[in-house]
Design a protein around this ligand. Structure first.
Ligand SMILES: NC(=O)c1ccc[n+]([C@@H]2O[C@H](COP(=O)([O-])OP(=O)(O)OC[C@H]3O[C@@H](n4cnc5c(N)ncnc54)[C@H](O)[C@@H]3O)[C@@H](O)[C@H]2O)c1
Ligand SMILES: O=c1ccn([C@@H]2O[C@H](COP(=O)(O)OP(=O)(O)O[C@H]3O[C@H](CO)[C@@H](O)[C@H](O)[C@H]3O)[C@@H](O)[C@H]2O)c(=O)[nH]1
Length: 328
């Protein structure tokens, strides 16, 4: 029995693949390498191709005995989704449609789905709980919510069981430094700040300092990528044991402003990191902080690397040793 990981060559996918293999799971990856890296797979078997390719999906499900799918493959940038929403509907909603259609056809009935804090939009109260209103403020979150609903109805109609994991902001890298985050172009806050520390960029643009927060910059809940990996493994185990669908938030329940992240990066790296205030980025909610009580109670999830300093340190270890990412 193998777990199929779509998007397994990407940032969170590759760390989850590593974690699953360490737990003794057999893993197969499907990735089109638009964003992912072959070197991040560390010799895991893979199929190179697109979610939209139904013939390829038939081949993957016929050639392997797959008992669960972990579905990371998606487009996932808030700002880009605002300027090009149709590409998000195409890659995320239609891509998942093809995958789910072929899972049902091949009688594979367990899926763990990468959802997001962006499904909530501007929260009414903090920390956010799973049954709080979901009113996305950007097309990215909207497409992820559409997929959650696709999965809900597919459970009712076809018995497809899903765990939707709404992660907050993934950060950090493999604590042993084997893999890390490498996006081109990079858009995420922590790697961008570390690129300034490495003198690969001149300064950090702080996207808005007029939000209704203490220092005026946006607040996010950062979660270590290996703690996310652990949650995916626990979600697969829960599906195998209970055959019940559910939704969980994954965060640390603590928010850090853009300026606080910058300061932590300065402390960890000991480098000078310039920053300048720039206009707000479209689609950004002011504050996103998770309540992850449900995941802890029901999945037995126990984050190992909750401190922001640890996440930045692990990210820094990777970046300082791989200045060109995987292209070395
Ligand atoms: N990074 C975060 O903070 C964060 C937070 C919440 C949710 N998520 C979700 O987690 C998932 C993984 O995020 P990530 O940061 O690792 O992204 P990533 O871009 O590093 O990884 C995505 C992977 O999917 C592959 N891919 C994309 N479209 C594909 C397609 N049509 N067919 C085959 N492969 C395809 C890419 O090549 C890449 O390897 C995404 O679904 C994202 O929406 C990420
Ligand atoms: O150069 C930069 C980059 C980011 N930010 C700010 O830093 C915060 C974090 O931004 P980023 O790292 O881009 O993450 P988010 O836009 O919060 O989105 C991430 O976190 C979401 C969940 O909260 C996921 O759904 C997304 O996939 C993932 O990209 C935001 O307030 C940004 O405006 C800056 O000020 N300057």
């Amino acid at each position: 029995m193998a777990i199929l990981v779509t998007g397994g060559a990407g940032y969170i996918g590759s760390h989850t693949v590593l974690y699953l293999k360490e737990q003794g799971e057999e893993v197969i990856v499907l990735d089109n390498f638009t964003k992912g890296h072959k070197a991040a797979l560390l010799e895991t078997p893979y199929y190179e191709g697109n979610l939209h390719d139904e013939a390829l999906l038939d081949k993957v499900f016929t050639e392997n005995t797959i008992d669960a799918v972990i579905h990371f493959a998606a487009s996932s940038l808030v700002g880009e989704s605002v300027t090009d929403p149709l590409s998000y509907y195409e890659n995320n909603v239609m891509g998942t449609f093809h995958l789910v259609k072929k899972m049902v056809a091949h009688d594979v009935r367990r899926i763990v789905f990468s959802s997001t804090a962006a499904t909530y939009g501007e929260p009414e109260s903090t920390p956010i709980k799973e049954d709080d209103p979901t009113i996305p403020t950007n097309p990215y979150g909207e497409t992820k919510l559409a997929i959650e609903n696709m999965l809900k109805w597919s459970d009712q109609a076809y018995g497809l069981k899903s765990v939707c994991l709404r992660y907050f902001n993934a950060a950090g890298a493999d604590p042993e430094g084997r893999i890390g985050e490498d996006h081109d172009p990079e858009t995420h806050l922590i790697p961008i700040v570390l690129q300034v520390a490495l003198e690969q960029r001149e300064f950090l643009k702080i996207f808005g300092d007029d939000y209704n927060t203490e220092d005026g910059t946006c607040i996010r809940d950062y979660i270590h990528v290996m703690d996310l990996a652990q949650a995916h493994y626990l979600a697969v185990k829960k599906l195998r044991e209970t055959e019940e669908s559910s939704i969980y938030n994954l965060g640390n329940g603590q928010g850090f402003s853009v300026r606080e992240v910058l300061e932590t990066c300065r402390q960890v790296t000991g480098r000078i990191i310039e920053a300048k205030v720039a206009p707000r980025r479209m689609g950004d909610p002011a504050i996103l902080i998770a309540s992850s009580k449900k995941a802890k109670q029901e999945l037995g999830w126990t984050p190992q690397y909750a401190a922001l300093e640890t996440m930045v340190q692990h990210a820094w270890n990777w970046h300082v040793n791989h200045e060109n990412g995987f292209n070395e």
